[in-house]
Design a protein around this ligand. Structure first.
Ligand code: G3P
Ligand code: CA
Length: 247
């Protein structure tokens, strides 16, 4: 399936301007002109897919301990906004279902990064994507499914074979090209700060669009676009647009 990749993708919503992985974050990303936002997906102890980056609740909520050790009803009572700014006090941890609904209302697409808690790679991808497939409107372009976890992407290929997969890398393994082929990855998603013109050329030689994270500086963005990167994850769509084309 052909992908229409935007230049800028709101990272965790718009992480510089609103609490990450919340509906407010998605709204702010969309209002800042991001045509896609990226969010991180985990499952709770009782198997509810939610938006959350960290394995533990402590940094971005008023809760404590592992996400995998708490049921959704208890996570739902937490405040996921006040750590960021008082104006977001009371912001709940959203479900994936709510995020999919919000994306329709905001008229944006999603990059769903499957971010499993340790040992829950296949389960997280299986549960989250089965649910997302049921909820995703057939008249909208599909989401991009990405993960650092090869197990999660392999499961995505089974559960939602028709949805494009992004092979997300931190340390790039020597056999990354073989893995990308095996996963039938539609995109290569890489760490912007580790790249050179040569590395981007090597990724592009596979014929896949390249997405780079996380870029908040206009000079860095220009360089990456010049090297042939298709799209950038940014915490500040507004700031980066202004940096690239003026206020
Ligand atoms: O998907 C790109 C980026 O979000 C990966 O890193 O740690 O922000 O999830 P992280
Ligand atoms: Ca992410």
């Amino acid at each position: 399936m052909s992908l229409s990749i935007p230049r800028l993708i709101g990272h965790r919503g718009a992480a510089r301007h609103a609490p990450e992985n919340t509906l407010s974050g998605m709204r702010v990303g969309a209002l800042q002109g991001a045509l896609w936002v990226e969010v991180d997906v985990k499952i709770t102890r009782d198997g509810v897919p939610i938006l959350m980056h960290d394995d533990d609740l402590d940094r971005t909520t008023t809760g404590h301990g592992p996400v995998a050790a708490m049921d959704f009803a208890d996570i739902r009572r937490l405040d996921a906004g006040s750590w960021f700014a008082a104006e977001f006090r009371g912001e709940p941890v959203p479900t994936l279902a709510e995020a999919i609904q919000a994306a329709q209302l905001l008229d944006i697409n999603l990059n769903l990064e499957i971010k499993p808690c340790p040992g829950r790679e296949e389960q997280t991808a299986g549960i989250a994507l089965s649910m997302a497939l049921n909820l995703w409107p057939t008249d909208r372009p599909p989401p991009l499914i990405s993960s650092f976890s090869i197990e999660a992407l392999s499961m995505a290929k089974v559960v939602a074979p028709q949805w494009p997969r992004g092979f997300l890398m931190d340390e790039e393994p020597a056999d990354w090209a073989d893995i990308a082929d095996r996963l039938q990855a539609a995109t290569i998603n890489i760490d912007a700060k580790k790249q050179t013109a040569e590395s981007i050329q090597a990724f592009r030689a596979t014929g896949r669009p390249i997405l780079a994270y996380t870029v908040n500086d206009a000079d860095q963005a220009r360089q990456l676009f010049q090297w042939g990167v298709a799209g950038l994850f940014t915490d500040t769509p507004k700031g980066l647009y202004e940096g690239l084309i003026g206020k």
